[in-house]
Design a protein around this ligand. Structure first.
Ligand SMILES: C[S@@+](CC[C@H](N)C(=O)[O-])C[C@H]1O[C@@H](n2cnc3c(N)ncnc32)[C@H](O)[C@@H]1O
Length: 288
């Protein structure tokens, strides 16, 4: 048996050549994806199971959940998954991005248009509804939860196809680093995992370094929208952003707080919070 990240077994010394070749095959890069140097490509690994996330020297904002798909998700993924999923070369972990990657969005979408990125799109309810309602915009969803990506694809498929939607299975900050500066019109971060315990706060996605990454990829006038139903996380987000001169509240003197964004549909996640008595805080900042 040939060694794979899934089975973790020792490589077989006398593996049949065609099996060894298949295991080390380097997939061609998807349109719009390029690497800084040619020649020395990392293999593209679409979705290997069981690859630990501990390769990164910093805490990540997620723990990987089961990738078990429903029959409907499985079917949508196998029939039309390739229309939506953008494969990127990995570094180590299955959700990592080779640091040499750069992403050309007009090529990925096949057109120039206002581009909105949703980070942590969950089951894809919000981004697929927005893409359907606004066919003139491009929407890119970044998510590490495979079943969530599959559900987004299933929703798009059931809607008859959503050509202005793309998804990437990856740790979102690594994708931001692969995008050109000033290439996005909006970034959405709705209900990021709150990491309640103080010792886990370092895993919260919204941190000063993440705000730097957002500021780099938003065009001047671009908007960063956030929402959370965990009041201490809303406070934390405002603290991270307070006093920045590159990302300023959309409503001056508001400390970031805005009315509910009308483009943010009620997701199952938010609904569950509502039933538990939690209301959402919406924040919005503009790239100066
Ligand atoms: C609490 S859920 C909210 C989902 C969705 N935004 C909603 O409102 O229903 C947070 C999502 O963020 C995803 N997530 C967390 N950290 C991430 C990261 N670094 N990159 C990509 N997705 C991430 C999780 O997998 C999860 O699906």
């Amino acid at each position: 048996m040939t060694s794979t990240p899934e089975n973790g077994s020792e490589p077989e010394v006398f593996a049949a050549p065609e099996i060894a070749d298949a295991a080390t095959e380097i997939a061609p890069l998807a349109p719009g994806i390029s690497l800084a140097e040619d020649g020395d490509r990392a293999p593209v690994v679409p979705n290997p199971e069981g690859v630990p996330e501990q390769y990164r020297p910093y805490p990540v904002s997620f723990v990987r959940r089961s990738a078990r798909l429903t029959a409907g998700q499985e079917s949508a993924m196998s029939r039309v998954g390739d229309d939506y999923l953008v494969q990127v070369p990995r570094a180590h972990a299955s959700t990592s991005v080779d640091p040499r990657v750069s992403i050309d969005l007009p090529t990925v979408f096949g057109r120039e248009a206002r581009t909105i990125v949703e980070i942590g799109s969950g089951m894809g309810e919000c981004v697929s509804a927005a893409a359907l309602a606004n066919p003139d915009n491009n929407y890119l969803a970044l998510e590490v939860y495979w079943a969530g990506l599959a559900q987004a694809i299933s929703l798009a498929d059931r809607a008859g196809g959503v050509p202005n939607l793309r998804l990437i299975e990856a740790n979102a900050p690594e994708i931001l680093d692969a995008l050109p500066a000033a290439s996005l019109d909006e970034i959405w971060v709705f209900f990021p995992d709150p990491w309640h315990k103080a010792r886990h706060h370092k895993r919260r996605m919204v941190q000063p370094e993440f705000a730097d990454q957002v500021a780099r990829v938003l065009r001047p006038g671009g908007i960063w929208r956030l929402a959370t139903d965990w009041e201490p996380y809303a406070d934390h987000m405002r603290e991270v952003l307070r006093g920045r001169t590159d990302l300023v509240p959309v409503i001056p003197e508001s400390d970031g707080v805005v009315e509910r964004f009308e483009g943010r549909v009620l997701t199952t996640f938010e609904e569950k919070g509502r039933r538990a008595g939690r209301g959402a805080t919406d924040l919005a900042y503009v790239r100066a």
